[in-house]
Structures are given as structure tokens and as C-alpha cells.
Design a binder for this molecule. Structure first.
Ligand SMILES: [Zn+2]
Length: 269
């Protein structure tokens, strides 16, 4: 095992729920990097002078140890292996109490089955892992505004009942404000959902998706490849929204991560 990268790995010991982890491996890391986390494969990409893989920790991950393993054969034919565990700690999120119209909370049987079918479709999408990494370099905010994103992870109590935590961030912005692709990706879904309203899901490859909800309009079609910063639609208040805003979410191989973590990913252009 290479001393340099071993030190780098053991530095990574503890993270919070909803975190995005960069598992970096210094030289002599080689292009045929192989690895897994909790038995699921890792995808490596060139990073600094070595390689790295992204690991997402779900918003509601149970605290505890997450084992990882890597292996590679260096340029001189020498095999290297390392393994360890990351301890996941629970991040505390604020509790938010909301009052919404009864029709948006206590759904009719028709709306209930619609919302369920839409959730199933999204989960099936997130389970689809495209082999090629499409994203390149740093991620950008999906909206050009000074308004701070807020609300990630909020434990929601809607009309007095605990509901699913808020798994994205909200940018309050006037209707019609352009929404851009946070990074390069393929338009994997354009739809109009009961909760999410008019939405776009971008597939950035290797199991990473970003999701843009409540749009007033969508300017891209399914299957098209969009570059970072390309306009994909405009802010609206479609679906379950109390006013115009962009709900932005990210998933990495089914882990609901804080999309804000993408913006601070230590990658260069
Ligand atoms: Zn939201």
C-alpha cells in the first residue's frame, strides 16, 4: 500500500449525513482503479495528480461505519490495496412547520396514486447508472441570484403531521428567472409531477443526478446533452409550491446529498 495515499485515506474518518465525500487516491494510483463502498462499486476519475471517487451519504443514513475498499495495480505492476471505514454522524437539521392547503397534503386517491407513480419513476431513474462521466470541472449554482439557498434537510411538519424531510434546497426568485444546468449532463427526464411540478432531471453520469423543480417552463428536451451554465428552463411555482422558487436537489447512487456540496467540490476546470 502506498504510504502517501494511505495517509490521505486514514484522514477521512468521520462525515455527516447528506455529505458528499471525495475519496482521493494519490500516486501511484493507476487508471484501472477498482473500489467499493458498502459493497457497491466506486467510479474513479482523474483528480489532482491521482484519482478520486465520489461517495454520497444519504440524508437519512443511519449513523455508523461505512466500509470502503480500493485496489489497483501501479505502472510497475505492483498491486496495492487499502480498506477502511468512514463513520457517519447524524447532522442536525432545523424543524420547519408549514401550513398548506388541505388538498395539497391530504391527497385524493387519484392524486395519491399519481404521486406514488411519479416517485417510483424518479427512483427508477436514479437507479439507472450511466457508465460515462459527463460532468466536467466545477459545478455552478443553477440560478444567478444573490438569494441564498435554504431549507436543505429541514424536518417538515405539515399541517401538524411529520412528513418526509426536505431533500433539496430552495432558491426564492421571481417567476421567469432563468435556470441553468449545474454541470454538463444529459436531460434524463422532463415531466410535470404532482409535488415537483414541471421538472427537469439531469444525468451527469456514474449515478449522479441533479433535479430542478417547480419550473414555469422547460427549454430542453429529453435526451439532449446540455453544457454547464446552459439555460434549461425558468423559475415558476408549478406543483406543490407556495410561491415562485427553484427546488434544486442532487442524488448520487440513490443517496440524497446536499446539492450545496457540489458547489464546493474541490475540483478545478
Ligand atoms: Zn423545496
Amino acid at each position: 500500500m502506498g504510504g502517501a495515499y494511505n495517509r490521505g485515506m486514514t484522514a477521512l474518518t468521520s462525515v455527516a449525513t447528506a455529505a458528499l465525500i471525495v475519496l482521493a487516491v494519490a500516486p501511484p494510483a493507476a487508471p484501472d482503479m477498482d473500489g467499493s463502498v458498502v459493497g457497491r462499486p466506486l467510479f474513479f476519475f482523474p483528480y489532482a495528480d491521482g484519482y478520486a471517487a465520489l461517495i454520497g451519504v444519504d440524508l437519512e443514513a443511519k449513523p455508523g461505519r461505512t466500509p470502503w475498499r480500493i485496489g489497483f495495480v501501479d505502472g510497475a505492476g505492483v498491486p496495492h490495496q487499502a480498506s477502511g471505514a468512514i463513520t457517519v454522524k447524524t447532522r442536525k437539521f432545523p424543524v420547519q412547520r408549514l401550513s398548506l392547503p388541505k388538498s395539497m397534503v391530504d391527497l385524493s386517491p387519484a392524486n395519491e396514486s399519481r404521486a406514488e407513480a411519479e416517485a417510483t419513476r424518479l427512483h427508477a431513474l436514479y437507479d439507472t447508472i450511466s457508465a460515462a462521466r459527463l460532468w466536467r470541472g466545477r459545478f455552478t449554482k443553477p440560478i444567478a441570484t444573490d438569494v441564498r439557498s435554504e431549507g436543505f434537510g429541514f424536518r417538515r411538519i405539515i399541517n401538524g403531521k411529520p412528513r418526509a424531510p426536505h431533500s433539496g434546497v430552495d432558491f426564492a426568485a421571481p417567476a421567469g428567472t432563468p435556470v441553468v444546468a449545474s454541470n454538463r449532463g444529459r436531460v434524463a427526464l422532463v415531466a410535470h409531477h404532482f409535488f415537483g411540478g414541471r421538472l427537469v432531471a439531469l444525468d451527469h453520469g456514474e449515478g449522479l443526478y441533479t433535479l430542478y423543480m417547480h419550473l414555469e417552463q422547460v427549454d430542453v428536451g429529453e435526451g439532449s446533452l446540455v453544457e454547464r451554465g446552459a439555460i434549461i428552463g425558468a423559475v415558476g411555482s408549478t406543483g406543490r409550491a407556495t410561491g415562485p422558487h427553484l427546488h434544486w436537489a442532487a442524488q448520487l447512487r440513490r443517496a440524497r446529498i446536499d446539492p450545496g456540496a457540489l458547489l464546493t467540490l474541490p475540483v478545478g476546470d
